[in-house]
Design a protein around this ligand. Structure first.
Ligand SMILES: *Cc1c(COP(=O)(O)O)cnc(C)c1O
Length: 418
């Protein structure tokens, strides 16, 4: 069951926060840092009381996930025009994206319900994660791919982990509709972000950020938005932390969409009158979604946190990605919305130079190798690389190699504005 019988809206997991309040303390979560044993060695299940309090530990399907790094890179902060920028790298999860934090919640619930098969429609990372977690739990994983434009790293993962994969001649939005209908008919458990147990796991990104910052609340959380599951989960998690008194105020959440897939941004411009679905198109395939199912929950996040929505072009996404990559951190295209969006919001005067910002990097640099090679070799239609890395060719000769290596170093971060 994923939707409300009477209104058709998506369900929330509702915790009895007043009952949890005496147990759930900063000290409890500090005591589990560095835990060696399951489930508290996971950056999701460290917060078990706020994820799934009454589940028995042997039901939990965990790789374990989370415990991702929070980076400070002064050159990237300078490029954006802020003093304090942290990047939380969710690409450091077991299958290379934050989807693992959702999947541990979703697969645990699937096991509890006694399901044999789990399925999703996917732009790529959900299927990679589902395939791994289903295999790990001994269930059959089923993934519906949009026919074109699944990044090769993600497709390869789903195949490698042994999922039943189907390429369907349709876009993500249509595939999600199909997987919901087919699963209902065949008794398969759906693990897209319509599943509220996914969002419970993904909330833990906010818990971990706050704990890593020693519970000092940043001014901004900046996150890419596609199907808006993460944005929704962030709002819920932050609201719960605040309600429990673990944080004394809420950060503002900025959701960044790609210009070609920006129905939330368009609705934001119109005061959130309603969602008008789009035909989505962007190089950031992870957020190439025109009809986000979590629209209402994402709007709730914006209202709760006094948040904003911004959109960025594919050019801005790929240039920001090139800088994140060249800083030694690296991420996939969609993730770079966090940096591109921060820069744009600073230019617009919405984020102030003195504000502290946490950007979420959602996926690993190896997810989409084609986008990298095509950007740096100037092969992308409508995109000119502002920060290209040149790949040289040389014969096996010392003279030729010396000529190449005596040129000026070309790392773009040496010359960015600051
Ligand atoms: C899934 C995904 C997103 C989009 O997240 P939503 O919760 O659908 O908004 C962004 N980046 C990456 C790398 C993803 O895998």
């Amino acid at each position: 069951m994923y939707v409300c019988d009477s209104c058709g809206g998506l369900l929330d997991v509702h915790h009895d926060l007043d009952a949890l309040k005496p147990t759930v303390t900063r000290a409890l979560f500090e005591s589990r840092l560095g835990a060696l044993d399951a489930p508290y060695n996971s950056g999701v299940w460290r917060y078990k009381e706020l994820i799934y309090p009454d589940i028995s530990d042997d039901m939990i399907v965990s790789r374990p996930e989370g415990n991702t790094n929070l980076y400070r890179q002064a050159s990237l902060a300078a490029w954006c025009g802020v003093d304090t920028l942290y990047l939380k790298h969710e690409g450091e999860n077991p299958t290379g994206s934050f989807k693992d934090r959702g999947m541990t919640g979703g697969l645990t619930q699937a096991r509890r319900l006694g399901m044999q098969r789990v399925a999703c429609a996917s732009t790529g990372n959900t299927s990679a994660s589902l395939a791994a977690y289903a295999a790990f739990a001994g269930l059959e994983g089923i993934v519906f791919f949009q026919n074109k434009q699944v990044a090769v790293g993600k497709l390869a993962q789903a195949v490698a982990y042994g999922a039943t994969g189907v390429r369907i001649d349709a876009d993500f939005d249509k595939n999600l509709e199909l997987v919901r209908t087919v699963s209902e008919a065949l008794g398969i458990y759906v693990l897209n972000s319509v599943n509220p147990f996914r969002l419970e796991g993904q909330k833990s990104i906010m818990f971990e950020v706050l704990q890593q910052l020693k519970w000092n609340v940043p001014d901004w959380i900046v996150v890419p938005g596609g199907n808006l599951g993460n944005s929704s989960a962030f709002g819920k998690g932050l609201w719960e932390l605040h309600h429990l008194g673990l944080i004394d105020r809420l950060p503002r959440v900025a959701i960044i969409q790609a210009e070609g897939a920006s129905p939330l941004y368009e609705a934001y411009q119109r005061g959130f009158d309603r969602l008008v679905p789009q035909k989505a198109d962007t190089i950031a395939t992870a957020i190439k979604i025109g009809n986000p199912v979590n629209y209402a929950k994402a709007v709730r996040t914006i209202h709760w946190t006094n948040g904003v929505v911004e959109s960025v072009t594919d050019q801005e996404i790929m240039d920001a990605k090139a800088l994140i990559d060249a800083s030694g951190i690296g991420c996939e295209p969609a993730s770079a919305c966090s940096l591109a969006g921060t820069s744009k919001l600073v230019e617009a005067g919405i984020i102030q130079r003195g504000d502290s910002v946490v950007g979420i990097l959602t996926g690993h640099v190896l997810k989409d190798p084609e986008a990298i090679i095509n950007y740096h070799s100037d092969q992308l239609p409508h995109i000119r690389p502002a920060y290209p890395t040149r790949l040289y060719e040389s014969g096996p000769s010392v003279e030729e190699l010396s000529r190449i290596l005596l040129r000026e170093p070309a790392n773009p971060l040496k010359s960015v504005r600051g």
